[in-house]
Design a protein around this ligand. Sequence first.
Ligand code: G1P
Length: 296
Amino acid sequence: MSKPKPLRKAVLPVAGLGTRFLPATKAMPKEMLPVVDRPLIQYAIDEAREAGIEEFCLITGRGKDSLIDYFDIAYELEDTLRERNKIDCLKALEPSSIEAGSLIAVRQQEPLGLGHAIWCARSFIGDDPFAILLPDDIVQAASGKGCLKQLADAYNETGGSVVAVTEVPREQTNRYGILDTGKDDGRLVEVKGLVEKPKPEDAPSNLSIIGRYVLTPEVMPYLSKLEKGAGGEVQLTDAMAKTIGQVPFHGLRYEGTRYDCGNKLGFLEAQVAFALERPDLADGVKEFLKKYTDKI
Ligand code: G1P
């Protein structure tokens, strides 16, 4: 196999309405909700940077402009912090700065599905491989290597498409894209087919896709057809399924813990898990957690 084209681009769909977090998301994008002190979007950008991504495309919607402001210079704020010599605060802002021209945003005018959102990035993607990060999912790295970096490494081994997968309880297959599996070495699994949100009794396995993908541009012509699938939406899973056989396609059992911050319990658990990793907070969090566990 010739060396796969380097992975440098990422698409981050952020057009969702955030209905599960109303009223908090009435006037603020759900991707700006913080886990500890950083918004969800920051976790996705950090993970992408670690994987070698240099160009970012946000697929936004109306009312989501604060996501773009977040990556701009906050001139007044930064100037005041400098004047007051608040070095720690200036340092805290650093991850939100981005090289000029390396982040673009495209509006998805109507919420027609994840497949449609990715299709909106077609000019950005061009003829290159690209990553997708769904910022609702945050993955706490187990071994110091983030989830997308693990996918990028696997992509360099196998070429083609690689998606992050994890086993879910069978009764939850109707929430995810599910793999029909081929050869499986316990880490990398060959993908023979993909089904979006099958009923447990119809699911070909319980191996589900989480919100991290490395795809090749071969998926784009299938997305362009804008065919509707599960839930009446244009499904990325359906277009990916059509590329099987045309490009190598693998699932990677990533190392790490995924938190589904698109639902309340996952979001709350992420707060605790990430706070416990922080030296400045861990002791305090353990202390108050004890108070609650004693009550249960
Ligand atoms: C999307 C995808 C699904 C995938 C999931 C991961 O679903 O369509 O295949 O398993 O993300 O979070 P959504 O969560 O947007 O319903």
